[in-house]
Design a protein around this ligand. Structure first.
Ligand code: DQA
Length: 141
């Protein structure tokens, strides 16, 4: 079965209690369950991980090089990491960048993403549903 890697960056392990007015009350475990449901519905295996460490996320991108796709919410590294961008552009697997919040409606430093120019699509502000949309897109291609 083809697989899609769902990668989550720093502080997303705190979802549920972290700034619920911005990120909602769903936990990362809830999002994982939603992703697994979407995987079942679309016929792909889901690999789900979270790390607070940039290098671990880079290793996870390399490990997903032959996957059907990569869904990535890189958290704050989105706005800082050339290394994550280079990792995404260095593997053949297409990626979809997901953010729970609409980063363009927030502080200016969140408006720029190093990742957006090298991904297949960007989904902002759809909350946890954004992960589902990303899996549906990648699984269908
Ligand atoms: C986020 C948006 C980022 O700006 C922030 O640093 C996060 C979460 C989101 O999902 O809305 O950690 O990626």
């Amino acid at each position: 079965m083809e697989r899609i890697a769902v990668l989550n960056g720093p502080n997303l392990n705190l979802l549920g209690t972290r700034e619920p007015e911005v990120y909602g009350t769903q936990t990362l475990a809830d999002i994982e369950a939603l992703c697994r449901e979407a995987g079942q519905a679309t016929g792909v295996e889901i690999e789900f991980m979270q790390s607070n460490h940039e290098g671990e996320l880079i290793d996870a991108i390399h490990a997903a090089r032959d996957a059907k796709g990569i869904v990535i919410n890189a958290g704050a590294y989105t706005h800082t990491s050339v290394a994550l961008r280079d990792a995404l552009s260095g593997v053949p697997a297409p990626a979809v960048e997901v953010h729970l919040s609409n980063t363009h409606a927030r502080e200016e430093f969140r408006h720029h993403s190093f990742l957006s120019p090298v991904v297949r699509a960007v989904i902002l502000g759809a909350g946890a549903q954004g992960y589902r949309f990303a899996i549906e897109l990648l699984a269908g291609e």
